[in-house]
Design a protein around this ligand. Structure first.
Ligand SMILES: Nc1ncnc2c1ncn2[C@@H]1O[C@H](COP(=O)(O)OP(=O)(O)OP(=O)(O)O)[C@@H](O)[C@H]1O
Ligand SMILES: [Mg+2]
Length: 264
């Protein structure tokens, strides 16, 4: 289990972004994190993965522990290699000059075992669209294909926990559905725990066992899927009055301003 306790994080020593955030990620589960733009969701993932420093961020207080072992302020390579926590950032991260196959091999380059071929086959099973493009230069592929490949690259490192930052962002509706199916398969079949940041709240809550809502650097709501789905505020602000009101276009949802009454 990953336990985040009372995290306070600043950027550039003065910009205070997380004000005492606590979340628990149970092994084997999908946990989702919802929240408006600028709430601090990505900052939380940067802290968990250890890449916060790259952004001139600092942990002032609090801790991140995995099975009781302190991870706070460890280097990201150690966090990935020793603890199997892998962050798939919002910006698609592929090696643009390399083909799909080269990307996957490269992502697995630090491994010493011989199952690389089996794992590449698994990536193509999860994302058949990539299987048809093994020899394509990834930099020329569509945004959706690059998104699949960045998750594929992450899987090649054999993670225990995947941190996914808005994996459905900018995908066509049919691909969004497919993406959530794949996320569930990765969780159930490969037994990988997932921390899922999403704007697409209705879809995220369908696949998650548990969720958190962040607002202005604080967790303002948490609960099981059932608790969150029946919460009036969640229904109104995230799911729409009829429970089906997913934002059709992410720019619309990005601009979506919620009332502040959760803090009140
Ligand atoms: N490197 C940085 N330096 C200074 N401020 C930053 C930096 N990165 C993020 N911030 C600020 O921290 C706050 C939280 O940003 P963060 O990216 O964590 O939010 P988010 O919840 O992921 O938002 P979104 O839904 O838009 O992705 C924002 O006000 C943002 O401007
Ligand atoms: Mg973000």
């Amino acid at each position: 289990m990953i336990e985040v306790e009372g995290l306070r994080v600043v950027y550039k020593d003065v910009i205070s972004v997380l004000h005492g955030v606590s979340v628990n990620l149970e092994d084997g589960q999908i946990t989702t994190l919802l929240g408006a733009n600028g709430a601090g969701k990505t900052t939380l993932l940067r802290t968990l993965s250890g890449i916060l420093q790259i952004y001139d961020g600092k942990v002032l207080e609090g801790s991140v522990k995995i099975d009781g072992v302190e991870l706070t302020r460890l280097n990201p390579v150690v966090i990935t290699r020793r603890f199997g926590i892998v962050f798939v950032v919002e910006e698609r991260t592929v090696f643009p000059q390399l083909t799909v196959m080269e990307n996957l091999r490269c992502a697995a380059s630090s491994r010493r075992d011989r199952d690389v071929a089996r794992d590449t086959a698994r990536v193509f099973e999860l994302f058949p669209a990539l299987g048809y493009k093994t020899a394509c230069k990834s930099g020329y592929m569509s945004g959706g294909e690059q998104q699949m490949l960045s998750i594929g690259n992450a899987l090649m490192t054999r993670p225990k926990t995947l941190l996914l930052d808005e994996p459905s962002l900018g995908l066509a509706p049919i691909l969004v559905k497919e993406m959530f199916k794949v996320i569930t398969r990765i969780n159930v079949e490969s037994k990988i725990s997932i921390f899922l940041i999403e704007q697409n709240a209705a879809a995220a809550m369908k696949v998650a066992q548990k969720g958190y809502v962040m607002e202005n650097g604080r967790v303002v709501l948490e609960g099981t899927r059932e608790e969150l789905e029946s919460n009036e505020d969640i229904k109104e602000f995230y799911l729409g009055a009829d429970g089906e009101g997913q934002k059709k276009d992410y720019r619309q949802s990005k601009r979506y301003k919620r009332r502040k009454r959760w803090l009140g």
